[in-house]
Design a protein around this ligand. Structure first.
Ligand SMILES: Cc1cc2nc3c(=O)[nH]c(=O)nc-3n(C[C@H](O)[C@H](O)[C@H](O)COP(=O)(O)OP(=O)(O)OC[C@H]3O[C@@H](n4cnc5c(N)ncnc54)[C@H](O)[C@@H]3O)c2cc1C
Length: 452
């Protein structure tokens, strides 16, 4: 029986950072060469149902027609050059695709007047050079840069097209059995889960029956490559669309719906629309005065997580740019509102949606829940089965409680992305998290190997 050393499950941003880190740390990182050879020597395999890097990630941007990244130019996946994306833009004459959003000015004026604890426990240096680090790349530039990294690090041929349908662990042999959709079985000593968050939409339980049928959807039906409940943007045409949720994805869908001919778009927001340039503290971007030009990655790694994600809820926000688009296109926002009932009067094709606070009744032909995904392991069949059988620790919200090296319980499985949020904090959900998590996991794996 062939037993390989490790499986990286997934080929998104997290898997990419992990793969680069593994090659780099094990001295096998050779630029511009075929990395499939060192990976074979290390007995590391990478499985993704799409068989290529970043398919799901790229699909997010295509499906919502997102023109720019939310994160700044300093957030990317080049583990060698912290200014890799900026340099790529310079080399390819595409600096004009990196735009100023006003975030730098905002941080500067805030830190001057010492409003709020942005600077918190450390002084930040806001030089002219730091201004560039606050700017936002176009998504096209960013995605092209990812392709460039894949080529540069010789990773084009390393992803195997396999969909993992079941994982078993044998305590005696300490080996994972991995079963794939095409009936094959593989064996690994370690498993690194980089399959992204579960594809289980978070829809309030009372509306599950509605969600099972047209015309109620979840944002994931638009975002997921090959979603079972397929959504076509032509469905927006001439419709009254109601979007539930006040995060960036809901806002992006509202703009898309308007652009694709929706007659009326209303966004129902539980609290109020929170406007923020980034979904993290801007102080992370600027270099620290005391630490000199310490790299962003080092600063992130020294960041002490506030562990404020106790449940799988976080406060959503939208960017000033998307707020502007929403206003321009006439998206209506109902804040401090919760959907309490959905019904369909017999005589009509329209849905009636009642709001809890005002008892107001809205009409819509299309309802889209942009209420996030389930980060608990309950929503992920592969992880849930392991948690259940081996009594792996989770918090009350079902989020994995991992060890320092992001391994889970006493199993040689390591979890990335949102599943590492209790240990890594909110960045677990973005690209910076991919960089931080890859370091923690690979350090842990190397330490284990040296002890074995
Ligand atoms: C619309 C949108 C915009 C975003 N913009 C930004 C931004 O500007 N900046 C930022 O920092 N972050 C952004 N993010 C967040 C960022 O996308 C996530 O942090 C990142 O995609 C997570 O990467 P991942 O590798 O965990 O997951 P994914 O990109 O989802 O990759 C997981 C891969 O695993 C594969 N997979 C899953 N299960 C299996 C299985 N059973 N068998 C085989 N393969 C499997 C999937 O096919 C997929 O390719 C954005 C997210 C969205 C949705």
């Amino acid at each position: 029986m062939r037993v390989d050393e490790a499986l990286i499950l997934g080929a998104g941003p997290h898997a990419f950072a992990l793969t680069c880190r593994l090659l780099q740390e094990s001295d096998k990182f050779v630029e511009s060469k075929d990395a499939s050879v060192p990976l074979q020597e290390m007995q590391v395999r990478i499985f993704d149902r799409h068989g290529a890097w970043f398919t799901q990630f790229k699909h997010h941007f295509d499906s919502l027609e997102i023109e720019s990244m939310r994160s700044p130019v300093s957030f990317h996946l080049d583990l060698i050059d912290p200014e890799g994306l900026l340099n790529f833009a310079k080399e390819t004459n595409r600096l004009d695709e990196i735009k100023d959003t006003g975030a730098f000015q905002q941080v500067k004026s805030r830190s001057k007047t010492r409003v709020q604890g942005l600077v918190r426990d450390r002084k930040i240096e806001l030089s002219h050079h730091s201004k560039k680090l606050f700017e936002i790349p176009s998504s096209k530039l960013f995605l092209d840069f990812l392709d460039h990294l894949v080529e540069q690090y010789g990773l084009a041929r390393v992803v195997e097209k396999q969909e993992v349908v079941r994982i078993q662990f044998c305590r005696e042999s300490r080996i994972f059995c991995v079963f794939t959709a095409n009936g094959e079985t593989f064996h690994f000593r370690k498993l690194i889960y980089a399959g992204g968050v579960s594809h289980t939409p978070r829809v309030p339980e009372k509306f599950w029956d509605w969600y099972a049928h047209y015309p109620v959807f979840h944002s994931w039906d638009i975002l997921q490559a090959g979603s079972e409940k397929s959504f076509n943007c032509s469905m927006f045409e001439n419709q009254r669309v109601l979007i539930v949720g006040g995060g960036l994805t809901g806002a992006q869908i509202s703009v898309l719906a308007k652009k694709r001919g929706a007659k009326e778009v209303t966004m129902v927001v539980q609290h109020h629309l929170k406007i923020k340039h980034f979904d993290f503290d801007e102080a992370w971007i600027a270099p620290s005065k005391s630490g000199g030009e310490m790299s962003l990655y080092k600063r992130m790694l020294s960041w002490k997580t506030s562990l404020n994600i106790r449940t799988n809820h976080r406060s959503a926000s939208i960017t000033p740019a998307i707020e502007k688009d929403m206003k321009m296109l006439g998206v209506k926002v109902l804040d401090h509102s919760t959907v309490s009932e959905i019904s369909r009067p017999e005589s009509t094709q329209e849905l009636k949606i009642e709001l809890k606070e005002t008892k107001e009744c809205l009409k819509a032909n299309l309802v889209i829940f942009a209420t996030g995904s389930d980060w608990s392991v309950r929503g992920n069949r592969l992880l849930f089965n392991l948690a259940d059988e081996f009594d792996l620790p989770t918090n009350s919200g079902g989020i994995p409680v991992l060890n320092h090296d992001l391994s889970w319980g006493d199993l040689p499985i390591f979890l990335s992305s949102a599943y590492a949020c209790l240990q890594v904090g909110p960045p677990a959900l973005n690209l910076l998290g991919a960089v931080v998590i890859s370091k923690k996991i690979v350090d842990g794996i190397l330490l284990r190997s040296s002890e074995e």
